[in-house]
Write a protein that binds this ligand. Structure first.
Ligand code: MUC
Ligand code: MG
Length: 366
């Protein structure tokens, strides 16, 4: 079975709860749905979130690179030639989430063709992921109310607090209010999206040392290498690389040069093929990972669940899988549900991303 063309459909869905964080904000999911078409009529689907402040991509750039570059380059290739596809796409630098979506959509075709859930094909470790919810910038008491609601309504007890604000007391207070309000059993960690300097980050670690924060993600700019190394060396909790380690090479570099000792794996930017390589490298080096989020729709989220549940090393920690709840609607024909803090893999051939075509027609931008 061969790829005939790859389609990129821009669409836009508003947020009911816009999210703000140190590197940017979102109030509209202006994403791109990627569809890989084949000569046997099977179509694979994946979602692509433009994040100009992280990867330099925009909705228009994703449509252009998928339809003008990747589609003609990959047309005619056998659907199983994943590493060939990866090698070809890697000739084009950057465009991280566009590449990730093409890879996931190809896996979706493979699963449908073989009549198997992709999670089983990838590794088949378990049938669910525990959910972590990401909290954007808000006053501390509001954050606590949201977290309590999520715990009550969805059974979620792991929260990522967006930080990186100045003065740092805003975030230190938020961390304290969350810990005191949620109790010792809640799993809490922070993500500063490069908002602080290395020294500010060290000060935050000092002031939150009694709050049981499990790790700190991307505290400062990892390109300021000595500051970052000093921080990682002296930190009492792991320092995670997210946007400083978007692919296999950068993940290896950050771990080996002491820029991080923990890794976010995001299928939106690594697809399943490169994410599997990053995972193997991390596991072999004794580095823990977690499934991060790119503020994914339900289409993106089920891809993260598919990957995360497939492996022991990704499923042992909660993955960031619930921010689709901040959006007004979604394209997934059968909506996701979170039961007792978990999302289950779909027991259907492929990734489980059947699209509601009426909704796509309604939200598409062209
Ligand atoms: C994160 O972990 O940084 C912020 C923007 C985005 O796309 O994903 C995030 C979450
Ligand atoms: Mg992050």
């Amino acid at each position: 079975m061969k790829i005939t063309r790859i389609e990129a459909v821009p669409y836009s869905i508003p947020y009911v709860h816009p999210l703000h964080f140190a590197s940017g904000s979102v109030d509209e999911a202006d994403h791109v749905l990627v569809r890989v078409h084949t000569d046997e009529g099977i179509v694979g689907v994946a979602d692509t979130p433009p994040r100009p402040y992280t990867y330099g991509e925009t909705q228009k750039s994703i449509v252009a690179v998928v339809e003008d570059i990747f589609s003609p380059q990959l047309a005619g290739l056998d659907i199983f030639a994943r590493d060939r596809m990866q090698t070809i796409m890697d000739r084009t630098v950057h465009n991280q989430t566009a590449k990730g979506a093409v890879d996931i959509a190809v896996w979706d075709v493979i699963g449908k063709y073989l009549n198997q859930p992709v999670s089983s094909l990838l590794g088949g470790f378990t049938d669910h992921m525990t959910v972590s919810h990401m909290l954007g910038f808000k006053p501390a008491q509001e954050l606590l109310q949201i977290a309590l609601e999520f715990r009550e309504k969805h059974g979620i007890n792991t929260f990522k607090l967006k930080t990186g604000r100045r003065p740092i007391s805003l975030d230190v207070e938020a961390a304290r209010v969350l810990r005191e309000g949620l109790g010792p059993e809640a799993h809490l960690y922070m993500d500063a999206n490069r908002g602080w300097s290395a020294n500010e980050s060290a000060e935050v670690l000092r002031q939150t040392a009694d709050l049981g924060m499990e790790f700190l993600e991307e505290p400062d700019d990892a390109r300021e290498v000595l500051g970052r190394r000093r921080l990682v060396t002296n930190s009492p909790i792991p320092i995670a690389a997210d946007e400083s380690a978007p692919d296999l090479g950068s993940a290896a570099r950050e771990i080996l040069t002491g820029g991080a000792n923990f890794l976010a794996i995001k299928t939106a930017r690594s697809g399943f093929t490169e994410a599997t390589k990053i995972l193997g490298m991390a596991q072999g080096m004794g580095i823990d990972v977690y499934v991060g989020n790119q503020i994914d729709t339900q289409v993106g989220t089920i891809a993260s669940v598919t990957f995360g549940a497939a492996f022991a090393h990704t499923s042992k920690r909660a993955g960031e899988l619930s921010n689709y709840l901040d959006m007004a609607d979604d394209l997934l024909a059968e909506p996701l549900s979170i039961e007792d803090g978990k999302i289950f893999v779909r027991d259907v051939p492929g990734v489980g991303t059947a699209i509601d075509e009426d909704k796509l027609a309604h939200y598409r931008s062209n």
